[in-house]
Design a protein around this ligand. Structure first.
Ligand code: ADP
Ligand code: MG
Length: 385
């Protein structure tokens, strides 16, 4: 009997609507405070996050920023001080006993750690079977065959009867992934799964994750290797227990995390209706504008002669030319055919951040110069024609 995705026995757990039909994880206001003799220490400061089915998400952040704590809230290994965590339609903390949660975890989650955590006295196949025994899934007779299939999937069938110590660390991690997937969970959660591997073995793991993600698994991976984030479909940054707005991190990837967080907290969010003017021509520009959703047209002149100079989409920005060079807006910006969501951040504050972040200042300067040149050329072309 093969257990189908997401239709496991409910174990008496309450089913909840997800915020979106395609959501896999919905968390709201997740707070985690640790108490010790020195006092209280809040590690997660109110996290709101939705992860959608089939996403391959990387979570990055400095050491101590709260990545593992956040994963422990998702796996139910530790519990939040406040907030709601709904996974696959189950609120895993409200009205749920520890043993219900542990049963739910065994049937719905695959968990992979940095240090594999295989049982040293069991063979790889026995390690994989253990999670089926534990979750009481699959017939007793079927478990060895299923364990073999899982080991084949990760290319370890030849090593099924070996003990963990007799295979490489990369192979141990592959076996740990086979074990995590033995009960066919829809969601795989991994904390620094490549942190203890050489880059070649790390690549094998990420290739496998990509394949699993294509086959429909949702994967959440904490990593501090920035080269891996380009392989995932979405990257989330945590800084000092808070999530960075993804528009900010995508639009301004050169910034330090603490600067991204300042902008996340202080930027103003505004909606504009289709075709509404967002930035008028010949006006002082007192903010940087980041496009969170929708698209805008940059236009020279609003009269009958008006020309569209550029079309900017989500995670792009405007206002940087005037911000860097001073002076009034040299074009105007109008919302496209759909409503547009904009983040604005005050010019004076942004100039201070640029002072502390020469890499970003350089990158913006280049973008601004290229845009100015491009727009001038378009203006000349349209005057000639
Ligand atoms: P990361 O995985 O991003 O390196 P962690 O989530 O492990 O960070 O830790 C975040 C902060 O929480 C750290 O300052 C850590 O010392 C603290 N912390 C984590 N677990 C505990 C605990 N059980 N008790 C007290 N403090 C903890
Ligand atoms: Mg960690």
């Amino acid at each position: 009997m093969k257990a189908p995705l997401l239709s496991r026995p409910r174990d008496g757990l309450v089913t909840h609507e997800m915020s979106h039909p395609d959501a896999m994880i919905d968390m709201h206001g997740i707070v985690k405070t640790f108490k010790n003799s020195a006092g209280e220490f809040t590690v997660l400061k109110g996290i709101d996050l939705t992860i959608y089915k089939g996403e391959f998400v990387s979570i990055v952040g400095k050491s101590g920023s709260g990545k593992s704590t956040l994963l422990n809230m998702i796996t139910g290994i530790d519990h939040p001080t406040a907030g709601r965590m709904i996974i696959g339609g189950t609120d895993i903390y409200t009205g749920v006993t520890e043993s219900q949660r542990s049963r739910w975890r065994g049937r719905n989650l695959g968990i992979v750690f940095q240090f594999f955590q295989l049982l040293p006295m069991l063979t790889l196949a026995e390690n994989v079977m253990l999670s089926m025994d534990y979750a009481e899934l699959y017939d007793f007779d079927e478990r060895p065959r299923r364990a073999m299939q899982m080991l084949e999937m990760v290319g370890l069938e030849k090593f099924a009867n070996k003990l963990p110590v007799s295979v490489s660390t990369g192979q141990q991690q592959l076996a740990a992934i086979a074990r995590a997937l033995a009960c066919d969970p829809p969601l795989l959660v991994a904390d620094e799964p490549t942190g203890n591997l050489d880059s070649k073995s790390a690549n094998v793991i990420i290739d496998l994750f990509e394949e699993l993600s294509r086959s429909g698994k949702t994967i959440l991976m904490v990593t501090h290797d920035p080269s891996l984030t380009s392989r995932t479909t979405r990257n989330i940054i945590i800084s000092d227990g808070e999530l960075i707005d993804e528009t900010v991190s995508r639009a301004l990837p050169w910034l330090r995390h603490r600067h991204m967080l300042e902008i996340t907290k202080d930027a103003k969010r505004q909606m504009f209706q289709p075709n509404e003017i967002i930035l008028e021509c010949e006006k002082d520009v007192d903010s940087l504008y980041l496009i969170a959703d929708g698209s805008v047209d940059v236009i020279a002149g609003l009269d009958s002669q008006s020309r569209v100079l550029a079309h900017l989409k989500a995670n792009d920005f405007f206002g940087e030319i005037e911000l860097l060079n001073g002076g009034k807006s040299n074009a105007c910006v109008r919302a496209g055919a759909e409503p547009v969501e904009i983040l604005t951040y005050p010019r004076a504050e942004f100039l201070r951040i640029l002072n502390e972040s020469p890499v970003t200042a350089d990158a913006l300067r280049k973008i601004a110069d290229n845009r100015l040149e491009d727009w001038k050329r378009r203006n000349v072309e349209s005057e000639v024609s």
